[in-house]
Design a protein around this ligand. Structure first.
Ligand code: F6P
Length: 497
């Protein structure tokens, strides 16, 4: 029986009081791992909260669930399969790690062949995929590929043809490879975009358009049946979930654009975070502490959202990546056993880029009636070389926002100019943004999501919630479906009767 009583009874003092009571608070509530400093001191976690969450974790069997994940047990119970994304970076059962290494060697060999011009000269990579088959590679290339001049990469996900047209306009068909990334190789958006990309190659006189396609998939037979030669199909294991798949062949465009060494460093950084998560006591364990703070605000304080602000332009895609990771994983209404949840599931995850967001949404964060736990993500080393000191101002802004949210300011004479304060934040400070630290950061987020799911009793590895809408779109396209009068009216307006 999972015992939430001690967590629910938590009533910590104000943040400023927590700091006043313990001069060692920053050291006690900070963790350094894999070139990343995690500062949880501006959250309401204190000794009592840690004890309560450790008790909760014990009653929820968190350690056993964590061990089962790394052992390759079938922890995705609703789909009856193992979850092996950590094996992609070398942390998992011997069998899973060996299989991932074999598939990675295959990817490496194909990349070497492409670099040796086996497909002719290649300058452009058109990566077509959606959800987990796009967000991860897009984040990696956008964050780390700005100075890389190896290949131009465009990631196209949306079924809206405007997205594909924009990418195609910038590319030369004779120097483009088309990467079709889809775990299932059935996703409508991806297959429609892939067909249009083939037509574009054909129209430009490419004789064998399929010869320029690379498929990244857990359904290799479907890719071959669609027309991709087996030698250009890079499979990954079915036990790697879509939103956890950037470590597998789904990372192909990143490995191409950033180079193989960078891709390996990404995996190594993630593996370091895996070991930290697996081996470190909960009160010093970064993913666990982050999940405890998330659960405190969502379950005890009733906060419905959490916001992540990347104070680094290179990480501007991080909030969208996290939205899928966390909301598709933990946005569930029932436990893994199908029992209705009697508490909130995942918070709504949103965010943006600092300092832009300060001039748009921070008003609500400082004075609005919603309390939004905030996460600041920044890197000490600058990504730019501009003077005067852009980076210094960027970092100072991130730090000052956290301080202001916590401290607030009284103003009895003029309430419109008062700030309530006691608003929590976490700061995640990377030494520098490189493949290794980014790998560790993403793995941190994966494990944080896992801990929240485990303590809520949710299976974070299925996503049945997305199916109904897909099914109804298909049925509507075929002129059928049990549709309400509003939806029928909209269809008639758009397409005629
Ligand atoms: O619809 C949701 C989803 O299944 C995600 O979980 C997944 O990342 C995305 O669609 C794409 O799926 P696929 O990789 O099979 O094309």
């Amino acid at each position: 029986m999972v015992d939430w009583s001690k967590v629910e009874a938590l009533n910590p003092p104000r943040l400023t009081e927590l700091f006043a009571a313990d001069t060692d608070r920053v050291a006690k509530f900070s963790v350094d791992v894999a070139g990343i400093h995690f500062d949880f001191s501006k959250t309401h976690l204190d000794a009592a909260a840690l004890a309560a969450f450790e008790g909760l974790a014990k009653s929820a069997g968190l350690a056993a669930k964590r061990d089962a994940l790394f052992a390759g047990d079938k922890v995705n119970v609703t789909e009856g399969r193992a979850v092996t994304h950590t094996a992609e970076r070398g942390e998992g059962s011997e069998e899973d790690v060996a299989r991932a290494a074999m598939l990675r060697a295959r990817m490496r060999a194909l990349i070497d062949a492409i670099e040796g011009e086996a497909l002719g000269p290649v300058r452009h990579i058109l990566h077509i995929g959606i959800g987990g088959s796009a967000l991860g590679p897009d984040l990696l290339v956008d964050a780390l590929g700005r100075d890389a001049d190896r290949y131009d990469v465009a990631v196209v996900s949306n079924i809206d043809g405007v997205a594909l047209e924009e990418a195609l306009d910038a590319f030369d068909p004779q120097a483009t490879i088309v990467v079709v990334a889809s775990k299932t190789f059935t996703t409508t958006e991806t297959m429609t975009n892939a067909e249009s990309a083939l037509a574009w190659l054909r129209e430009d006189g490419v004789d064998d358009p399929y010869g320029r396609v690379i498929a990244l998939t857990a359904a290799p037979d479907a890719a071959v049946e669609w027309g991709v030669d087996e030698t250009r199909v890079l499979p990954f294991a079915d036990s790697v979930g879509g939103r956890y798949s950037l470590w597998s062949s789904i990372g192909f465009p990143a490995a191409m654009a950033l180079g193989w060494d960078a891709f390996e460093q990404l995996l190594e950084g993630a593996a370091e975070m895996d070991r930290h998560f697996r081996l470190t006591a909960l009160h010093e364990n970064a993913p666990a502490l982050a999940a405890f703070a998330d659960l405190f605000y969502a379950q005890v304080r009733g906060c419905q959202t959490r916001a992540t602000f990347a104070y680094d332009e290179r990480l501007r895609l991080l909030p969208s990546y996290l939205q899928q990771l966390e909301m598709e994983s933990n946005g569930k209404g029932v436990t893994a056993q199908g029992v209705p949840l009697d508490r909130p599931s995942s918070p709504i995850v949103w965010g943006g880029v600092g300092t832009d967001a300060q001039h748009a949404v921070f008003q609500l964060l400082h004075q609005g009636t919603h309390v939004v736990p905030v996460e600041f993500v920044a890197a000490i080393e600058a990504g730019d070389a501009l003077a005067p000191d852009h980076h210094e101002q960027l970092l100072l802004n991130a730090f000052a926002q956290g301080a202001a949210l916590m401290k607030g300011r009284e103003n009895a004479a003029d309430p419109a100019r008062a700030y309530p304060g006691d608003r929590p934040s976490t700061t995640i400070l990377l030494d520098q943004l490189d493949a290794r630290t980014l790998g560790a950061l993403i793995a941190f987020y994966e494990h944080r999501t896992f801990v929240s799911g485990a303590l809520l009793g949710i299976n974070p590895f299925d996503q049945f919630g997305v199916e109904l809408g897909k099914e109804m779109a298909r049925a509507a396209g075929e002129g059928g479906g049990d549709l309400d009068s509003s939806t029928r009216d909209l269809i008639a307006r758009a397409f005629g009767d």
